[in-house]
Design a protein around this ligand. Sequence first.
Ligand SMILES: [Zn+2]
Length: 244
Amino acid sequence: MYNLVKAVVRRVISGKLLIKHECLLRRIMAIPYRGNGHRCNICGYGLRAFVEINDEERLCPKCGSSSRARRLYTILENEVNPGDRILHFSPPGAIRRAYEIKPDIEYVTTDYKGEFTAGKCFDITDIDESENMYDKIVCYHVLEHVEEDEKAMMELFRILKHGGICFIQTPFSEEMAEDQSIISLEERLIHFGQEDHVRIYSVEGLKKRLTEQGFGVEVLVMNSNKDDYFGLCPGEFVLKAFKP
Ligand SMILES: [Zn+2]
């Protein structure tokens, strides 16, 4: 039902108008979902159910947050301290809107391809920032798109303050798969899971690569059941990379 309404709205309202009135439209579309069985931890909306996208993905109809975004939000709420300067690559809209109005932190957003609303347009392999600038960096679902990922990790390390933390996530498989001779979109889809992915990491493979750049790495294993109150994703891995 939600997807049907969304498709109709998309058909009758132009893209620019949709972006301008996104919050209002979401407020209306969320009304049938209002209830007490679940709650979105980002926008606080009480829900009878999240919008089921698939077995792992549940959307908040009010703020548009994914399961992954809500998990990230819980992590940030525990880890971010007053006065922190945060850099967020390709931020989900729900988190961006929530963090942009927090008074006691500096929240900087960046998106290289312009697919997300962001303040900067940094090339992650050559970031236009001084060293030791950020207390926290969020780099979710970016590195699997980057050919020179070790250069990107080096840049993340450089701009992070000593004692700072970079939260990193990519899609994972059991074995790392990487082959620079695979360049066609079709082949990349087959081997790396998406047409614009240049590799697929294993958790250990990504941890090793980050460690080689000087990071200390803790692997967070996040479990939750399908009926989780906050609609989080079961079996999620997040790499918490520290700069000593
Ligand atoms: Zn929400």
